[in-house]
Each structure stands twice: as structure tokens, then as C-alpha cells.
Design a protein around this ligand. Structure first.
Ligand SMILES: Nc1ncnc2c1ncn2[C@@H]1O[C@H](COP(=O)(O)OP(=O)(O)OP(=O)(O)O)[C@@H](O)[C@H]1O
Length: 486
């Protein structure tokens, strides 16, 4: 068993303990880079005091103005710290390096994500994901989303790489939504289409967004869930539009074209507010003249129109956002009451004796440190992955690993059990993690100069490298002050 969490290998990034590292970093062993997104890099680290615990640290790039973290970002982060639900990834710590005002968010670590799981089935094993796993993933995704939506948090960028699945351990096979609310930290209504080479996908984007809706709702997330559901069934993205880059315009002709080809062109009859959308006119010029010979969604996803899975999918892909099914309604759908019933461990094999799928663990680039630069030391073995000295471990994407069973079948046998599970998850509620003592960055955009004494206090509390903890009390004080001076 090559569980990253249980491995005590010494594969840490050599720069972790360098004297130039921020003080807070001393509590982690930085293993290496695991990914890169629009807003920054994601790293795998272990907590020194508990080396069985892995953590994913997301380093955010500087904001466009290069002047640090905005008050809005601080607000959002405080909110994210209050979020606690089994199907939502936990934000465990927040760090700011005062030297360059870079922001680091530490999340609990998940070994798998849907992007890799789907890719594995499509490209490696050439076999559909079993029904039980699809249903369990979907149920947990909806459960997490229902919690976020009930707390007025929209994700706005749901896609397979943001849906994490826990690897070996007590939480094996539990689905966690990642990356929620982060777009707002950078005050972007929608993520940029392309920013320094990282491709941002529009495949999961709802039609109202593509048509320029300014006031959109949590229904945009349900559209994305529909697209992900279809992809779990077919292993292919449902609407694979060609992105038009270098424009802030949300109107994405090809993406809309791909959607209309499958679902037919929307009509004002079925979606009355359609005509008010800013790009409806543009759509008229480019698309409305087209005749779409819609093949029907069922033929694309290979489901019978009578199948409850198909019914649920159609309700998620309803054009009119006001008619689109909500997460709470979807959880009540007949699909989840039929065998196989969904369960907490989405990765357990459907039937005893059935083939277990060995999903690869995340590849780690141990040569990249927090600055995104190569470390001076050759890479070492970080976990179950065999890492060759000095070489990039990303090549190890295909390392196979057995998926181990925890406590045998953990499926919910009855609908009541799932309801109980739901309640238990909800009971975790807005627990609110304890805040760390310390300081907050005061050099905020648009904020009047801080009183001298306050600045001095801040300097005293900072670590030698300008790093600081965010404390709830001080952030609140800061926000109050900001509101006064605004
Ligand atoms: N908590 C986590 N545990 C393990 N891996 C994670 C975690 N959070 C993110 N990742 C992984 O890190 C990679 C990069 O994530 P990130 O969210 O930065 O980018 P993205 O989702 O691919 O793109 P974007 O930021 O543009 O939406 C992804 O493969 C993602 O699955």
C-alpha cells in the first residue's frame, strides 16, 4: 500500500527549511508542486508535527495591481474558514508573506480528482466508471453543493479537476469540492479566459453566462454538475467548445454552438428572459439562423429517455436557470433511490469480487518550490512514487496503486441511511475553525495609512521574514476600520 499519508519518506523539498523561507513554512515539509491553475500553484506538503497528514498549499499569484491582498479577499477568506462540510475541502490555514504580499491557503489534501479518474478510465483502462461510483460521486457532489448554496456560496468554476476524491484512509472515496469562492478573492466576476498560458475551460459554463448574464444564480453550478454527470457516464466532455481567448467578452460562440447542437436552440417560449441577455443579439447574428438538427441528449449519453439518470441529467441541463433543478431537489431525485444506492466511499467496488480500479496517485514535481523555481537539491522519494534523482516526477503520472478497502462495503443500504448521513454531514455545519493568533497585513489597497502604533505592533508580531497569521479578531477590527475610512 503506497499511502502518501503513511509514508515517512524523507522526500521533502530542500528549500523548505532555507533561512529565506517564511517562518510559518517551518511547520510544513514541502514535498513539491502538484498542480497549476489560473490563480497560482498548488503544492503538496506534510505537517511536521504529524507527518501522516498531507496538506495542499495553494499559492496565489500577486493581484493584478501587485499591491497585495484586497479587503474583499480578506473577507472572502474569513468566510471560507467558516465553511465546514464533509463534501467540501477544508481550508485549514491562511498565510501571507509580507515581503511580496503573496497569499497561501492550506487545504486538506485529496489524492484524486475527477479529471484524473475520468482520464484513467478513458485512456488507461478503457472502461466505463461503474454505476455505483458515478452515483456516489454525484450524490456527494450535490450534497456539498447544497451546503455551499445554502450558505450563499456559489462555486462558479465547477469542473472535474475541482472535484476531489479522498485516497486511502478513514475518508477513502469521499468527494470534496475544491476551489469554491476563490474567484471572488480576486474580485473577478468570471475567471480570465487565459492568463499566462494556463488554459481556463469554458466547457462547464452555463448558457446564461455565455450569453452575458450579469445577475446569475447558483443555477450556474447545477449546469456544471450536469456536464460533469454526463462526462462521468461517457468519459468525454459533453460540450467541448473551442475557447476564444484574448477577450473579456463572455460570448463564446463555439461553446454555445456545441450546446445548441445537442440540446437544440433555446426559445423565448421556454426561457422567457433569454431576450434580455446582453449577447442574445450577438447570438441572433451568429447563431439563430442556424438549423440545429439536435440528435437528442439521450443519444449522446447513451441513456434511454425513460432512465431516471437521464431525467435528472435533463433537469440539470435545463436552459432556463429558474427552471433548472437545485442541488436540494436533485438529492431527492428518484435516481438516488434506485439500486445501486449511493455510498460514502465512492471507490469501493460495486460487488464483492468485482475488479478494483487502481487510480494513480498524484505526480509530484519535487524540483519546484514556492517560488516556482527549481530547487538546488535533486528530487528524492516523496511517497509511493519512485522518484529518480533530479528528474521531474510528473512523468510518474501513471504509477498504479491498489485501492484499499476500508471496513468492507460502506454503502448506504437504505434511503434512510443516506438521509441520516446527510443530516450528520449537515450537523458538522458552520463549525468555524479556530483562528491563529498573530497579525494581518495592513498595506491594503484603498485603505488609509495605519496609525503608527498599530504598524509598530504589526512589525513586532511578524516573523523575521515578514510572514503573518491572520487573526479573526484583528481582521474584523481591520474590516471595521476599512468600512469607516472607505
Ligand atoms: N486540496 C487539494 N488536494 C489535492 N490536490 C488539489 C487540491 N486542490 C487542488 N488540487 C489539485 O491541484 C491542481 C491545480 O488546482 P487549481 O485549483 O489551482 O487549478 P485548476 O482547478 O486545475 O484550474 P483553475 O485554478 O484554473 O480553476 C488540480 O489538479 C487540482 O486537482
Amino acid at each position: 500500500m503506497s499511502n502518501r499519508g503513511n509514508n515517512s519518506g524523507s522526500g521533502t523539498n530542500s528549500n523548505t527549511n532555507s533561512p529565506n523561507r517564511p517562518e510559518w513554512l517551518q511547520q510544513y515539509d514541502l514535498i513539491g508542486k502538484i498542480g497549476e491553475g489560473t490563480y497560482g500553484l498548488v503544492f503538496l506538503a506534510k505537517i511536521k508535527s504529524n507527518r501522516s497528514k498531507c496538506i495542499a498549499i495553494k499559492k496565489f499569484k500577486q493581484s493584478k495591481d501587485g499591491d497585495g491582498v484586497s479587503p474583499t479577499a480578506i473577507r472572502e477568506i474569513m468566510l471560507l474558514r467558516e465553511i465546514s462540510h464533509e463534501n467540501v475541502v477544508k481550508l485549514v490555514n491562511v498565510h501571507i508573506n509580507h515581503i511580496d504580499m503573496s497569499l497561501y491557503l492550506a487545504f486538506s489534501y485529496a489524492e484524486h480528482d475527477l479529471y484524473e479518474i475520468i482520464r484513467h478510465h478513458r485512456d488507461k483502462v478503457n472502461q466505463a466508471i461503474n454505476q455505483y461510483t458515478v452515483k456516489s460521486i454525484l450524490w456527494q457532489l450535490l450534497n456539498g453543493l447544497n451546503y455551499l448554496h445554502s450558505n450563499w456560496i456559489m462555486h462558479r468554476d465547477l469542473k472535474p479537476s475541482n472535484i476531489l476524491v479522498m485516497g486511502d484512509g478513514e475518508e477513502q472515496g469521499v468527494v470534496k469540492i475544491a476551489d469554491f469562492g476563490l474567484a471572488r478573492i480576486y474580485q473577478a466576476p468570471l475567471k480570465p479566459l487565459s492568463d499566462n498560458g494556463v488554459v481556463v475551460t469554458i466547457w462547464y459554463r452555463a448558457p446564461e453566462l455565455l450569453l452575458g448574464a450579469k445577475h446569475y444564480t447558483s443555477a450556474v453550478d447545477m449546469w456544471a454538475v450536469g456536464c460533469i454527470f454526463a462526462e462521468l457516464l461517457t468519459l468525454k466532455p459533453l460540450f467541448q467548445g473551442q475557447e476564444v481567448k484574448a477577450t473579456p467578452n463572455p460570448f463564446q460562440l463555439d461553446q454555445l454552438d456545441k450546446i445548441f447542437k445537442v440540446l437544440g436552440h433555446p426559445t423565448v417560449d421556454k426561457w422567457p428572459t433569454l431576450a434580455h441577455l446582453p449577447h442574445w443579439q450577438t447570438d441572433q447574428q451568429h447563431i439563430q439562423g442556424h438549423k440545429y438538427d439536435s440528435p437528442g441528449l439521450y443519444s449522446v449519453v447513451h441513456l434511454s429517455p425513460k432512465n431516471p439518470a437521464y431525467d435528472l441529467l435533463c433537469k440539470m441541463l435545463e436552459y432556463d436557470p429558474r427552471k433548472r433543478i437545485t442541488a436540494a431537489q436533485a438529492l431527492e431525485h428518484e435516481y438516488f433511490r434506485m439500486e445501486p444506492l449511493p455510498g460514502r466511499n465512492a471507490l469501493v467496488p460495486p460487488q464483492p469480487g468485482e475488479k478494483i480500479v487502481n487510480y494513480p496517485i498524484r505526480p509530484v514535481d519535487t524540483n519546484t518550490d514556492f517560488e516556482g523555481t527549481a530547487s538546488l537539491q535533486p528530487a528524492q522519494q516523496a511517497s509511493g512514487n519512485q522518484m529518480s534523482g533530479g528528474s521531474h516526477v510528473m512523468a510518474n503520472r501513471n504509477v498504479q496503486r491498489p485501492v484499499h478497502m476500508v471496513g468492507g462495503m460502506q454503502r448506504m443500504q437504505q434511503q434512510q441511511s443516506m438521509a441520516a448521513y446527510n443530516l450528520a454531514s449537515q450537523a458538522a455545519g458552520m463549525g468555524g475553525g479556530a483562528m491563529n493568533p498573530g497579525n494581518i497585513p495592513m498595506q491594503q489597497r484603498g485603505v488609509a495609512a495605519q496609525p503608527h502604533q498599530q504598524q509598530q505592533q504589526q512589525q513586532q508580531k511578524e516573523g523575521p521574514n515578514g510572514d503573518a497569521w491572520i487573526s479573526a479578531t484583528e481582521v474584523k477590527a481591520f474590516l471595521r476600520e476599512y468600512e469607516v475610512v472607505k
